[in-house]
Unconditional design. Structure first.
Length: 179
């Protein structure tokens, strides 16, 4: 079942002085050609595994990001790290000095992470911006169950389809408006 889509953002620790980035900067960071932000503070891109859906999302952003992510995995830039899961990535961005990585807004909000999404090319990664198409990067979210799922699982699916469930998804940074 399609749940919705959440803005796919580039997160840094909430104490980072960096609030804005450009797609061109991010491509340079992922490629390992830029290791500091314009203010001189260190930046370390946290990667996801080569065959991960988030890696594919990053590559689809632009030709420059495709090249940068491919380069990052092929040459593993000094100081780069790979996180196996969304939660691992968020943990690393929190703990690695200068850590930065791509993730869904829903993860930050649902887990109340001490992270913030960078304003990208002048646009904040919000549900409203996603729905207005001013912020184009999104992660689709699904609930996958068996056809013979037990009653508690069916109850969760039924709740998520309800008006209250849809409202809760929106609170968690998920647009329920089809793209």
């Amino acid at each position: 079942m399609w749940l919705g889509r959440s803005p796919y953002l580039f997160a840094v620790h909430q104490t980072s002085p960096i609030t804005h980035a450009t797609l061109a900067q991010l491509a340079e960071i992922y490629a390992g050609r830029q290791t500091t932000w314009p203010d001189g503070s260190r930046v370390r891109a946290i990667l996801r595994p080569v065959a991960d859906a988030d890696t594919d999302l990053l590559k689809e952003i632009s030709p420059a990001m495709r090249e940068a992510i491919t380069t990052a995995h092929a040459h593993r830039a000094p100081g780069s790290a790979v996180a196996d899961t969304d939660v691992d990535l968020a943990n690393m961005v929190e703990k690695v000095p200068g850590g930065m990585g791509g993730m869904a807004l829903a993860l930050l909000l649902a887990e109340k992470r001490p992270l913030r999404g960078l304003i990208l090319d002048g646009v904040a990664p919000t549900v409203a911006a996603l729905e207005s198409k001013s912020y184009p990067y999104a992660k689709p979210l699904f609930l996958v169950t068996r056809t013979d799922a037990p009653a508690p699982v069916r109850a969760v699916a039924d709740f998520l389809r309800s008006a209250a469930g849809q409202a809760r998804l929106v609170e968690l940074g998920i647009s329920v408006v089809p793209p």
